[in-house]
Design a protein around this ligand. Structure first.
Ligand SMILES: Cc1cc2nc3c(=O)[nH]c(=O)nc-3n(C[C@H](O)[C@H](O)[C@H](O)COP(=O)(O)O)c2cc1C
Length: 225
């Protein structure tokens, strides 16, 4: 699909995380273009710490199976980086707000724990997307590298959106890292920070109707002069 004439502002007005996809793969030439352009994302001191792994086809199916088994086994999460933050105050309220938007759109009741768990499990099935990216970096980089990886991932997401490709960033993909670590042959000093499922959206899927709100502008930014 050729790049559409759509501005970044328009992309941002239209965008939302997508959690249901058509199974049409993105052509490799389009992936090459997106990932080449994403190389232009800035990074601290230009260290370019991100090493991304994109799984598709049989490898993606294998990883999906292994990840779902790992989660279902009841084994405790063992993320390579600190994903255990417990949100407090307004952050907790906003966390509930985003969960309510998603489960509300899916028709899942707040009290219906089994259905919520099934919906949550879809994270490790990549929401049936044809592709998933895993963002890895040297563990010692900690917060500095995490900032760079976040900027890289959002750059990718914007390039994708420009081409009609939707995505969902997923901290969940960093929580049970072992199957992906094994598949990618990662060394001990490298960690998976997070991931992203992506592909062409299934527009009519209830999960894709979820819309989150945003705080007032003055709660995010103050202009001083
Ligand atoms: C770093 C990061 C990690 C995220 N992890 C997950 C995740 O594991 N599962 C999920 O369904 N959504 C995940 N999201 C998506 C957020 O829930 C979503 O961006 C937020 O609720 C705002 O909604 P919107 O993207 O539709 O505007 C993540 C987003 C980011 C930026």
């Amino acid at each position: 699909m050729p790049a559409a004439a759509i501005s970044v502002s328009e992309v941002l007005k239209q965008r939302a995380s997508v959690r249901a996809f058509r199974n049409t793969p993105v052509p490799q030439a389009v992936l090459d273009e997106i990932f080449s352009l994403a190389q232009m994302a800035p990074s601290n001191c230009n260290v370019q710490p991100c090493r991304a792994y994109v799984v598709s086809g049989a490898k993606k199916d294998q990883l999906k199976q292994e990840l779902v088994s790992a989660v279902m086994s009841g084994a405790p999460p063992n993320p390579d980086f600190e994903w255990n933050v417990k949100y407090e105050g307004v952050h907790r309220e906003r966390q509930f707000g985003s969960a309510n938007a998603l489960y509300g759109a899916m028709g899942v009741e707040r009290t219906d724990k089994p259905s919520r768990q099934i919906a949550m499990l879809r994270n490790w099935g990549f929401f049936d997307a044809p592709h998933a990216a895993f963002f890895t970096m040297a563990k010692y980089l900690q917060i500095t590298g995490a900032v760079d990886l976040g900027i890289y991932a959002q750059t990718l997401a914007l390039l994708m959106a420009e081409r009609g490709i939707s995505s969902c960033m997923q901290g969940a993909l960093g929580v049970y890292p072992d199957p992906a670590r094994k598949m990618f042959g990662l060394s001990e000093d490298t960690g998976i920070l997070f991931g992203m499922s992506f592909g062409y959206p299934e527009d009519n899927a209830p999960a894709n109707k979820a819309r989150t709100d945003r705080v007032a502008l003055d709660a995010t930014v103050q202009f001083l002069s």
